[in-house]
Design a binder for this molecule. Sequence first.
Ligand SMILES: C[S@@+](CC[C@H](N)C(=O)[O-])C[C@H]1O[C@@H](n2cnc3c(N)ncnc32)[C@H](O)[C@@H]1O
Length: 284
Amino acid sequence: MSIVAHGKQRAADWDAFSANYHAESVTPFSDGVRFRLRSDLRRLMRQWQADDRRSDHVFVDFGCGPGDALELVAGKVPLSVGIDFSPKMLSLAAERLRRRGVPSERLNSKQGLDRICADDRRGRAVNEAPQTLLVQADLRKLRRIRGCVDAATSINSICASNTCDASQMFREMARSIRPGGVFFIVWPALESLEYLFELDRRAGRPPEERNEILGSDGVNVDASGYALKLFRADEIRALCGDVSMVVETIEKLSYPWTYMNELGWGYYPGRPRLWDWYVIAQMA
Ligand SMILES: C[S@@+](CC[C@H](N)C(=O)[O-])C[C@H]1O[C@@H](n2cnc3c(N)ncnc32)[C@H](O)[C@@H]1O
């Protein structure tokens, strides 16, 4: 059987997926996953609060989806922004913030990206209310905000069906970060998928059950035809180096087998877990 490869390259694909997002996708925000991002962001916010030279810090959650990462920062720093091209994902993020009592403003790409770089925050008083924006924009087109962001997250949002698009998304996001700024990134790990295939093979699980095609480029096509570019640790280091980012941390963010089992990935308790790559990189 030949399958037609497709990726979630369009906002409409993510709109369609948004309602089932938490039930169907592997997310480090799920209960039972130990994800250090929460404490890393708390530490960052303490540093910003202690910095009496600046009161205009900008945080961006790239590919914010339903806002799990944005929620950790929104309302606590001068400007926090969720960027996503899916209107339905942005609505979920707005609703999540609203439930937390954090007001947010919805903007289109031009208005939103211009606000991120606006000079009028420079003389901002320390006691001014924090602002939170939800911006509908494409991560492949972020030229307007080059060097304007102090810290950012990209949690599994580099989801492209080919290497070219994936690299472009990463470069655009990284170049938005100012020198000294920090980027917290979760990348889908190619080594983890290869390890899963090996566990399947040893367990005698037939390969056609997954229907994977793992090209040399690291693009996986699953049984439904969904194509996703995954990354090796070495490739991540090289991509960061290309944009003058220094990798401070690269470590496994591992997922419990019970969780993998619920999502149909496999169940090999007692064996090392599957993982994504968690990276902290600083702009030189
Ligand atoms: C796997 S979800 C991750 C959502 C969120 N970061 C989280 O961890 O829950 C990927 C998100 O990236 C967004 N996305 C994918 N490609 C995009 C692009 N080219 N421009 C803007 N957003 C994009 C999708 O709409 C989706 O909300």
